[in-house]
Write a protein that binds this ligand. Structure first.
Ligand code: SF4
Length: 376
């Protein structure tokens, strides 16, 4: 597609599969820049100039699963396992609340035992109480990312989080290519995952009133551009409120080293094309610029914002455990202190022209449209 043809396609409001495929295929520097700019401008028109921050706390790296791509899979016996104490988690959340982020995101490897479920429940209650004490009358927003759980568990956590207006769950599908999905999730060391179970979990979360987020990895060995187009259509059919997507990065703690990974520059371009194509297809969702993008290239999250993302999840996990949450190799931010987030804020505002949206929940327009909740 040349620049002239691209301009005529970008003038449209809705896009066909062929249009999305053409966006993903772009490699010409000028054409790519034009696509990314269009996604940024549409984000501004639909969402305004705010960039929402979620303070990310990686509470534990124990996991019962064995996803091939993942550095903290159960079968990786080299991983140093940890679980933060409740006090550490609450203090990390307090840091995010005091920084004005308005929401925190809690993430861990997957566990489904009662001890873990009750632990999360307790921590959520404490974070809710703490954030009210810190001056947020309804309690801070919470995003959970603890994988597939039962309806009862999701409901327990929803009640403990305390603020249903800003209750979110991120559960990525990783890919809508079912053959590839099954390959990614067929490690030998732990429990197994299935596509129907993933869809059921997403539907349950939606039923319970969570703002539902999902996403995929971009550039997985064996993944085609047509797969990525199907991924976008799957986000649509799931009626997702939020998306979190990043480049596929190889992990030496995983079981896919022999499969290789895309060359860095090509992967960066494809990732930005995917973010922009998704923004054009799904204008009202919140879309996060992933840490994996920062790992691929310094300033990657900034490039994500310039390609249509409007959410950043800075890591506020205590320093002592950060290096142990290695989903992929050379993860960024494992050595930086929380105050480096101030530098991140300044860099993002200076380079992207966005303004950090402080002391607001920052829920997606997609969710606010369907729920009737007009305020952020
Ligand atoms: S991707 Fe999630 S569920 Fe799979 S092994 Fe890693 S932490 Fe566990």
């Amino acid at each position: 597609m040349n620049l002239q043809t691209l301009e005529s396609v970008l003038a449209k409001d809705t896009f066909t599969d062929e249009d999305l495929l053409a966006f993903l295929s772009l490699t010409d520097t000028e054409c790519c820049a034009r696509l990314w700019r269009e996604a940024y401008d549409r984000t501004t028109r639909v969402h305004g100039n705010a960039l929402w921050f979620r303070g990310l706390i990686e509470i534990s790296n124990y996991c019962i699963y064995d996803c091939r791509y993942c550095g903290i899979r159960k079968g990786n016996h080299q991983a140093q396992r940890y679980t933060l104490t409740p006090d550490e988690i609450v203090e990390a959340a307090r840091y995010a609340v005091r920084a004005g982020y308005g929401s925190v995101a809690l993430q861990a490897g997957e566990r489904t035992d009662e001890k873990f479920i009750a632990f999360v429940e307790d921590v959520l209650r404490r974070i809710h109480r703490m954030s009210i004490e810190e001056g947020i009358p309804e309690g801070c927003g919470v995003t959970l990312s603890f994988g597939e759980q039962t309806e009862e568990t999701y409901e327990r956590w929803a009640q403990a989080a305390g603020n249903r207006k800003a209750l979110r769950y991120l559960l990525r599908i990783e890919t809508s290519n079912l053959e590839l999905f099954n390959y990614l999730h067929s490690g030998k060391g732990g429990a197994q995952k299935t596509w129907p179970a993933r869809l059921e979990a997403l539907a349950t979360l939606r039923k319970l009133g969570y703002q539902v987020g999902t996403g995929v990895m971009i550039g997985i060995p064996g993944q085609s551009l047509e797969d990525l187009v199907r991924d976008i259509r799957t986000f649509e059919s799931l009626d997702a409120d939020m998306l979190g997507m990043g480049p596929y990065l190889v992990s030496h703690g995983g079981d896919m080293v022999a499969d290789g990974m895309m060359q860095k520059d090509a992967l960066l371009t494809l990732t930005r094309n995917m973010l922009s194509a998704t923004r054009l297809a799904l204008p009202t969702v919140n879309m996060a610029a992933a840490t994996a993008l920062e790992t691929l290239v310094t300033g990657g999250r900034t490039l994500g914002v310039l390609s249509g993302c409007n959410v950043i999840m800075p890591n506020v996990t205590p320093q002592r455990t950060r290096a142990s949450y290695q989903l992929y190799d050379n993860k960024q931010g494992t050595e930086s202190e929380p105050d480096s987030n101030v530098m991140l804020e300044q860099e993002l505002e200076a380079v992207t022209g966005r303004v950090i949206g402080r002391h607001r929940f920052g829920s997606s327009l997609h969710f606010r449209n369907r729920s009737g909740l007009l305020a952020h």
